[in-house]
Design a protein around this ligand. Structure first.
Ligand code: PEP
Ligand code: MG
Length: 326
């Protein structure tokens, strides 16, 4: 079954010279768990929890949420599960969490963590459900003599260190020891040094980080070239974040879809990113690509890409240092 297959296709992600890089799956609901296991994911790097909240008149109960979170933890004993709190608003409006006024630019509006500042009870309920799920998972693991999963909770759309601290404090107060934030707003990168000191980990969302850095709507096909993760400016933002995290001893992941490109994944590792999360289908190729190169090669590829002046040149320059990619 899927769980047994994990033993054969999985194992820790690593470079050819044995540098460990956790390879995790992005999932959007319980139906994605088997695919993540079958692809050899070491855990979940981004659990998008919006599905629990969309298309209903009110928020899901603590009990309903808890069951969902518990299933994810149970699927990865000894692994890591990063659950992102509700990222509503923008293209995913919720009837029961309306913004103060109609928003002409919803991508720049009351979305993600900003909604929780307005509706703290919704955040409380989600954190409570996560806390109970983790406790139940731990108790079950003790009974079965297995390892519990490590739950990490992450907030989307964080712009300032103050917001990050507010969220981390709320998690810690709920008995959730691992609280992190997504890095997807350029202001958070510019202040990454202070931001990483108040959280336990960060994870870069390159989809939104590119959107906000280049002022290019991620849903606009016409602006695709500005959404290209090979844009050297985006690589700079990733490097700044990874460096700030490393300087403070904090893990730094990437959970944007850009991590699904094996060459890009090697470059991220070369920039100092410590975990990669992506749609499960991409995991085997990324695992192979990473395993075909040394950390040194990844660092050279990263350096070459950042030295380029266009996205196309960055990609070509990186690939010239990654001969193991077909
Ligand atoms: C991102 O913004 O890169 C991300 C991973 O989150 P989402 O795509 O759900 O906004
Ligand atoms: Mg995002």
């Amino acid at each position: 079954d899927a769980r047994r297959q994990r033993m054969t296709t999985g194992g820790p992600g690593r470079t050819r010279d044995g540098y460990l890089v956790q390879l995790l799956a992005n999932i959007g609901g319980p139906d994605d768990l088997d695919g993540a296991l079958a692809a050899g994911a070491e855990g979940v790097g981004l659990y998008r929890t919006e599905f629990l909240f969309l298309g209903r008149p009110d928020a899901p109960s603590v009990a309903e949420q808890e069951q969902v979170y518990r299933a994810a933890l149970a699927a990865f004993p000894g692994g890591r599960v990063v659950v992102r709190t509700l990222d509503a608003g923008a293209d995913k409006p919720l009837a029961f969490l309306p913004p103060a006024a109609p928003e002409p630019n919803p991508a720049l509006g009351e979305r993600g963590l900003r909604l929780f500042e307005k509706y703290p009870k919704v955040m409380d309920a989600q954190l409570e459900a996560l806390s109970v799920a983790a406790a139940v998972d731990r108790a079950g693991a003790v009974r079965a003599g297995t390892a519990a999963a490590e739950l990490q909770v992450m907030a989307p759309m964080v712009a300032t260190a103050q917001e990050a601290k507010w969220f981390a404090d709320a998690c810690h107060a709920r008995g959730l020891p691992q609280a992190g934030v997504m890095i997807e707003i350029p202001a958070a990168v510019l202040r990454a040094e202070s931001l990483v000191t108040v959280v336990d980990f960060v994870s870069i969302g390159t989809n939104d980080l590119a959107q906000y850095a280049f002022a290019a709507d991620r849903q606009s096909g016409a602006l695709g070239s500005l959404q290209d993760p090979w844009q050297p400016a985006l690589l700079d933002l990733v490097a700044m974040t990874a460096t700030a995290a490393a300087d403070n001893g904090k893990p730094c992941g990437v959970c944007g879809e850009s991590a699904a490109d094996p060459a890009m994944a090697c470059v991220f590792v070369g920039l100092g990113v410590t975990t990669l999360s992506m749609g499960a289908a991409a995991l085997p190729a990324v695992r192979t690509g990473l395993g075909a190169h040394t950390l040194d090669q990844c660092q050279l590829a990263a350096q070459a890409a950042r030295g380029a002046s266009t996205a196309a040149h960055a990609r070509a320059a990186a690939r010239s240092h990654l001969p193991g990619l077909v």
